[in-house]
Design a protein around this ligand. Structure first.
Ligand code: A5P
Length: 230
C-alpha cells in the first residue's frame, strides 16, 4: 500500500537529511530540483544558519530562488567547474543498475550537467521511486527545441513510446526556453541504447535517463533509510 502524502514527505525528508549529513565545510554543493531536493536545500539552509560554510550551484531557477531565500550563498560554473557533491531527487531509480529517470520537474538538462560535473552525486528518493525496471507509468521526459518540435515527437514515437508535449496547447517552457516531451514507454529494457537513440534525434536537447551517475542512492522507507551504492 502506498503512503499518504504527508507520510511520503517524511520519507523524502529522512532521505534528504541523510544526504545533507555528507556535506562538509567548504564544499561546493549542486542543489537539485523538485520536492525531495527542496527538503535537502531546507536542511542545508538550517546548517548554513548554524555556521556551515558552503556555496551552492542550483539546477533550476526555482532551486536557486529557494536557496537564496534560505541564505545559502550561490556560485556558478564560471567559478567552480567541479562541485564536491550534488544532491537531487529522481522519478525512478532502477535498483539493479542505479540508472535514473529524472525531469518530471522539467529541470533535467541543468540537473544532468550538475550531476555529471560533480565529484559525487547523491540521489534522494522515497521508496515509491525504486523499481525493478524503468518506464511503465512514469514517463521519460525529453527536452526538445521549440523549433521543429512536431518532427522531434514523431521521431520519439518511432522509438516505441507515446510522446506528449508537456502543457499541450500551452506548452511549458523549461528554464532554458525549450519544450518537454513526456515519453511513455511500456518498459525501458536497455537504457544505454535508448540514450544513444535519443541523442541521435535532431532537436533533442537532453533526455531524463541518468546512466552511471549516481554515487549513492538514499531511499526513505517507513522507519529507516536504505543507502545503496553502485
Ligand atoms: C526535476 O526536474 C526532477 O528531476 C526531480 O528531481 C524529480 O522529478 C523528482 O522530483 P520529486 O522529488 O518532486 O519527486
Amino acid at each position: 500500500m502506498s503512503a499518504a502524502p504527508r507520510d511520503r514527505d517524511a520519507l523524502k525528508r529522512a532521505a534528504a537529511l541523510r544526504a545533507v549529513a555528507e556535506v562538509e565545510n567548504g564544499m561546493v554543493v549542486g542543489l537539485g530540483s523538485g520536492s525531495t531536493a527542496a527538503f535537502a536545500i531546507a536542511a542545508l539552509g538550517e546548517r548554513v544558519a548554524a555556521g556551515l560554510k558552503i556555496t551552492g550551484i542550483p539546477t533550476s531557477e526555482g532551486a536557486g530562488a529557494l536557496a537564496y531565500r534560505l541564505g545559502i550563498p550561490l556560485t556558478s560554473f564560471a567559478e567552480h567547474r567541479r562541485p564536491d557533491v550534488a544532491i537531487d531527487g529522481a522519478d525512478q531509480v532502477e535498483r539493479r543498475t542505479l540508472t535514473l529517470v529524472k525531469g518530471r520537474g522539467g529541470a533535467l538538462l541543468r540537473e544532468k550537467i550538475v550531476a555529471s560535473a560533480s565529484a559525487r552525486f547523491i540521489v534522494i528518493v522515497d521508496d515509491s521511486k525504486l523499481v525493478d525496471q524503468l518506464g511503465g507509468e512514469t514517463p521519460l521526459p525529453v527536452e526538445v527545441t521549440r523549433f521543429g518540435w512536431p518532427f522531434v515527437l514523431d521521431r520519439l514515437a518511432a522509438l516505441g513510446c507515446v510522446p506528449q508535449l508537456r502543457g499541450g496547447s500551452e506548452p511549458v517552457a523549461t528554464d532554458n526556453g525549450n519544450f518537454i516531451a513526456d515519453c511513455v514507454f511500456d518498459s525501458i529494457a536497455n537504457a544505454a541504447v535508448l540514450d544513444q537513440q535519443l541523442a541521435a534525434i535532431p532537436g533533442v536537447v537532453e533526455n531524463g535517463l541518468f546512466l552511471g551517475l549516481a554515487s549513492m542512492v538514499i531511499v526513505g522507507r517507513p522507519g529507516d533509510v536504505e543507502v545503496i551504492t553502485p
